[in-house]
Design a protein around this ligand. Structure first.
Ligand SMILES: C[S@@+](CC[C@H](N)C(=O)[O-])C[C@H]1O[C@@H](n2cnc3c(N)ncnc32)[C@H](O)[C@@H]1O
Length: 265
């Protein structure tokens, strides 16, 4: 086991000089420039003593995170959903062939949250049945659902988010996956797609935003189109369905108190 200490800094050399002076230079260290984090990796022989020593070197605000880990430094992660294989880099390491590169340091959408997992599950399960040509990812975050839709075969994917950091990150991911010809990321919301018609809309949003936007989603769907909606707690099922009384519930899945629905309009 190792003790990993993440220190927020724009000047890793200055931080390392302080650590060295205190006699606490770790055998493993790595600067994650994209995140502005210096990671210090110590063998976890006496973590309390190491942390006590470091508390004399760093202010409370400088330390982003401390934790025990099986690896001395952060390592890329991999996870699968149905046929999709995702690769989560620590810096900008390259994925293996066939893997979807997914960085989510600036935005929501690492794939670990149940609301995202449920969307991915419904998407992979329903994709053969719906066979969407055109997909709209509303509230794309890192772009995870747009990348998944393209990975399953969708030829035209529009993804929108109101948060500029999410837009930047989603564009980075699309470029790194060589999918710029099939996925367009825009800063905006549902009204950005008012003149387009989709076979499938993916919307993992908070309940308030979803309740407000869901009644408008049929307006961007082709007749018989499907919306996969998530971000709903199980107890909010009737509340969300009440805003789209004509929707047919095609499928529903739950995890850890969260519910995602596939609705046909
Ligand atoms: C829960 S995250 C989902 C991210 C990703 N799609 C996923 O499934 O992991 C919701 C995202 O929707 C964005 N968002 C919130 N309100 C929005 C709106 N009215 N229109 C477009 N995007 C919105 C947020 O900025 C955030 O990135």
């Amino acid at each position: 086991m190792f003790l990993q200490v993440k220190v927020r800094t724009a000047d890793p050399e200055e931080v390392l000089a302080r650590v060295r002076k205190a006699g606490l230079l770790p055998p493993h260290r790595k600067y994650l420039s994209g995140e502005g984090l210096l990671v210090l990796g110590y063998p976890a022989e006496n973590p309390d003593e190491t942390l006590r020593g470091l508390s004399r070197v760093f202010s409370f605000e400088e330390v982003e995170e401390t934790g025990l880990s099986e690896t001395p430094l952060p390592a890329p992660e991999r996870f699968s959903v149905g046929p999709l294989r995702f690769f989560v880099p620590v810096e900008a390491e390259a994925p293996a062939p066939g893997e979807i590169y997914l960085r989510s340091t600036l935005s929501f959408g690492s794939g670990r949250h149940p609301t995202t997992k449920l969307c991915l599950r419904l998407l992979t399960e329903l994709f053969p049945e719906v066979a969407p040509e055109a997909v709209f990812d509303l509230g794309c975050g890192s772009g995870i659902l747009a990348l998944a839709a393209a990975g399953l075969g969708a030829q035209r994917v529009l993804a929108a988010d109101i948060d500029p950091r999410a837009v930047r990150e989603a564009r980075h991911n699309v470029e790194r996956n060589g999918l710029s010809g099939r996925i367009l990321i825009i800063r905006g919301s549902l009204d950005s797609a008012a003149l387009v018609r989709f076979d499938l809309v993916l919307a993992n949003l908070t309940i308030g935003t979803l309740s407000a936007l869901l009644p408008e989603i049929p307006g961007v769907l082709r007749p018989g189109g499907v919306a996969i909606v998530s971000g709903i707690s199980s107890g909010q099922r009737e509340e969300i369905l009440s805003v789209v009384p004509r929707a047919e519930v095609l499928r529903e899945v739950t995890e850890e108190g969260w519910l995602a629905l596939a609705l046909r309009f």
